[in-house]
Design a protein around this ligand. Structure first.
Ligand code: PBG
Length: 331
């Protein structure tokens, strides 16, 4: 079919007024598209601003439920929790990840009792708990050990599920972790706990502010290219997604977001499963710095990028802008 051309077709007619654009919009943002990541810190009654993420703070467990309520009241369906583990508790074996009284477990309990109507997603990976900042157990040569790490991740997921997590999100990129987590959850009576696999997670330069937020940036030895994906690869992302779905993932994630919209679109087209994009810390910082420099309108940048995720086929977006975006959407 050849497209009818000018003057039979004038595409600008569809852009000629606000109501027309509104009527013809292919995508719309809704507050239920958003997942809000929250950082937790030790102590009491505290908010700790994160310098590299202007406008984002870490909250102590006693204050985290208030943030969850703020999100729920705005129509955000789910929050994602990340701990800044006290430095003395970070060890070679990441034992704190399995402590039923760790920051994550206490935060889940606080949120579940105060705000029962919001979903709680927890990250499974060892980096907030290891002395070296890697997502798994490291041998003498500095290699991250796959199978030994997977055994611990499955236990970590179980500890989080028992504390009340609704969605387990493995972000470690070990092979076989989704299957190991699914079978432990099934065996221990948590068949309703969902898995959102960070299926296509790239070794990205955009994670810098996050590592600062969870206190692992100064510690990380080397880089994560031995387990996170090479930014050069797209077809491999489909293999990752296929594996994670076969192992029992209910939904998958692509991360980072904007530089990988092609991957979001390919995953959606190929598999038709719920696919989430993580607009990561560096993407957030990029928008904040651009707006602060007077080089762009902050609200417009936020809404445009979120809409782009939807256009690419994302079911939803994890974004540090979630609260502000929800207010903009409702306005
Ligand atoms: C840890 C994890 C990371 C992010 C989410 N979970 C960082 C990393 O892999 O080093 C990054 C999120 C962000 O940058 O906002 N496994």
């Amino acid at each position: 079919m050849t497209a009818p051309s000018y003057p039979a077709t004038r595409l600008r007619r569809g852009r000629s007024s606000g109501w027309m654009r509104e009527m013809l919009a292919e995508q719309r943002l809704h507050t239920s598209d958003l997942i809000l990541p929250l950082f937790i810190c030790d102590g009491q009654g505290c908010e700790e601003p994160i310098a590299s993420l202007p406008g984002v703070s870490r909250w102590t467990v006693d204050r985290i439920a208030d943030k969850a309520r703020e999100a729920a009241d705005l129509g955000i369906p789910c929050i994602a929790l990340f701990p800044n583990t006290p430095q003395p508790l970070r060890t070679e074996d990441a034992a704190e990840a399995l402590n039923r009284e760790n920051l994550i477990c206490r935060a889940i309990a606080a949120i579940k009792s105060a705000v029962p109507n919001i979903g709680v997603l927890t990250d499974v990976a060892l980096d907030p708990y290891t002395a070296h900042g890697h997502d798994g157990i490291v041998d003498e040569a500095g290699r991250v050990l796959n199978d030994e790490t997977v055994a611990i991740l499955a236990q970590q997921a179980l500890v989080q599920a028992e504390a009340g997590a609704d969605i387990i999100a493995p972000s470690d990129m070990m092979d076989g972790r989704v299957g190991a987590i699914r079978s432990v959850l099934e065996r221990e009576g948590h068949s309703d706990v969902a898995i959102m696999a960070y299926a296509a997670k790239y070794a990205s330069a955009f994670y810098g502010p996050f590592r600062d937020a969870v206190g692992s940036s100064g510690r990380l030895k080397g880089d994560k290219r031995g387990y996170q994906m090479d930014p050069a690869n797209g077809a491999e992302a489909l293999r990752e997604v296929e594996m994670d779905l076969a192992e029992g993932a209910d939904m998958v994630m692509v991360k980072p977001g904007l530089p990988y919209l092609d991957v979001v679109a390919r995953v959606k087209d190929r598999f038709g499963v719920p696919v989430f994009a993580y607009q990561v810390s560096g993407e957030y910082a990029m928008i904040e710095h651009m707006a602060a420099a007077g080089a762009g309108d902050r609200d417009a940048l936020i809404l445009e990028t979120l809409l782009a995720f939807k256009r690419a086929g994302a079911t939803g977006v994890l974004t540090y802008h979630a609260l502000h975006a929800a207010r903009l959407i409702r306005a």
